[in-house]
Design a protein around this ligand. Structure first.
Ligand SMILES: C[C@H](O)[C@H](O)[C@H]1CNC2=NC(N)=NC(=O)C2=N1
Length: 98
């Protein structure tokens, strides 16, 4: 399951498809704040992502406050970003748009 961390040019390429995601200062993670209508919508999103995370064996770092969900994605095993993070980010975006 150990994948290689992406190089900075590959990161830039993949980020171009995810304009709402931001690269962390150390380039080892991407982050996004999701805003929902209310807590129920936020928690529904988190539930769908949780099922996906178990399937992918890849888990987000996140924090929920009422209708906000702050997400940080990185691949802890390689201390950087891999395809898994970008695949998960794209799928989170799909879950969130309603
Ligand atoms: C053993 C298991 O496959 C690993 O610990 C997985 C689980 N979920 C994970 N999630 C994330 N975000 N990064 C990882 O490196 C990771 N590793």
């Amino acid at each position: 399951m150990a994948r290689e961390a992406l190089a900075i040019d590959e990161i830039a390429e993949r980020l171009a498809d995810l304009p709402e995601w931001q690269l962390s200062e150390d380039s080892a993670a991407i982050t996004k704040r999701f805003t929902f209508r209310n807590f129920n919508a936020a928690f529904g999103f988190m539930t769908r992502v949780a099922l996906l995370a178990e399937k992918m064996d890849h888990h987000p770092d996140w924090r929920n406050v009422y209708k906000l969900v702050d997400v940080t994605l990185s691949t802890h095993d390689v201390d950087g970003l891999t395809d898994l993070d970008f695949d998960m980010a794209a799928r989170m975006d799909k879950f969130a748009d309603n």
